[in-house]
Design a protein around this ligand. Sequence first.
Ligand SMILES: Cc1ncc(COP(=O)(O)O)c(C=O)c1O
Length: 512
Amino acid sequence: MLRYRSGLIDKVNPVLRNYKFTRSLSSVPNFTPAGKLKAVQLNKHALNAKYAVRGSIPTKAEELRAKLKSPAGKELPFKQIINANIGNPQQLDQKPLTFYRQVLSILQYPELIEKKELGKLFPKDVVERAKILVENTGSVGAYSHSQGVPYIRKSIAEFISKRDGYKAHADDIFLTTGASTAVSYLLSLLSNGKSTGFMIPIPQYPLYTATLAIQNAPVIPYYLNEQENWSVNPKELGKLCKENEKAGIDIRALVVITPGNPTGSVLKQEVIEEILEVAAEYGLVVIADEVYQENIFKGEFVSFKKTLRSLQERFPGKFDNVQLASLHSTSKGVSGECGQRGGYMEIIGFEEEVRQQILKLASISLCPVVTGQALVQLMVNPPQPGSESYELDQKERSAIHNSLKDKATELYKAFNEMEGVECQLPEGSMYCFPKISIPQKAIKIAQELGIEADEFYCHELLMSTGICAVPGSGFGQVPGTYHVRTTFLAPGNQWIYDWQKFHNKFMEKYRE
Ligand SMILES: Cc1ncc(COP(=O)(O)O)c(C=O)c1O
């Protein structure tokens, strides 16, 4: 029988008060407990999704990192794990831009604005910017408009108008929680069962195939041309559209990543124009993933939006049916603020009723992270010449950009010096995707182990050097070829020399 402290009994629900408690806690329940859920009972489409960037090799790397901290770590032939598997700059000691963090710190604690000492701590333009953001955004702890703070959308539209020389509109901008959310909204809305397909570049960033696997929507792969620095072959796109049309597949969208992940290639304007011609002919939505637009080391970034507007101007009426979603993020560029989850997409050419559905999806998630939205505002509107923060900001940006560029060149050279390795020049982004001629003997061992040969290579690389890279099979590649994707973010050069040494030994060991 339960006992109540005197007085408390009157506050208890009268139904409960009159209930006779016949079972004491120590009595044995007379049912057989049911089993727990097994993975096989889960959504099979989610089970089919694969994401190599955090797959088996990175998982092993985490185990080794933990081992390094224990006495058993002394047995390992390396002292640290080099995370070359993911474009996560601040995990690899890239410093955040001072201006961003100063403004954000005031947004987190706006009472600072009233403090006299603030003027000594932060430059004037930081305080001014924070004030404007607080005025327009309110508390970063409150939900914002589901499409994003109107003021920030306006800043983004101004940035795009300036970048492209064609007017952009705040109504076309959706702030998102990183670019990943934009991908998820678009793919889940556009896919409608097995008969709706999506053209995805191969190799690709596996967010796309993973999201489509969850949607159970067919992936129509198009292969990038490695010999032409991983460019797109628009003729192949047209051919695939025809073939799939005949097979009754309604191709809904074409995904293009420029600058490329994992390839590091930057698409030229002529190629973008031809891609848009295919989109216009077949009525495709183009998803232009342009999150690396600031990471350009050779040539220039040309946006899909600019190219589309230019085609629409030159050929009135011919490109009006093209629906374009272009994606950007604060995770990349020189910002590298992956953990803050800032991003946006600009959607143009969509029917209003489709736009409303995108807004509905955004509303279901309430709103994108508000500090992430503020970061987007800072990204698209950095300190201007003459402002107090300008000089330091420029210095920090150049240092990050130059370090990425130098590392890209260093890696490119190192790979091309290695036996049986061919690497295209990374023109942008944060990645190299060298092709590796893995000896037959190693391929055979991998087959016996039931893994891909490039996974075997990455496993051996990790176990010998602590370098964590991702097998090309996780991104897709021409069958029978093997690649490895590495970021060029890890500090120092020693790991590059270690990789070369490992490679020589690997080739020596498995040579016929
Ligand atoms: C090509 C590409 N698109 C989108 C993303 C997702 O970025 P986020 O969601 O952090 O903005 C990444 C992340 O690495 C990427 O490489």
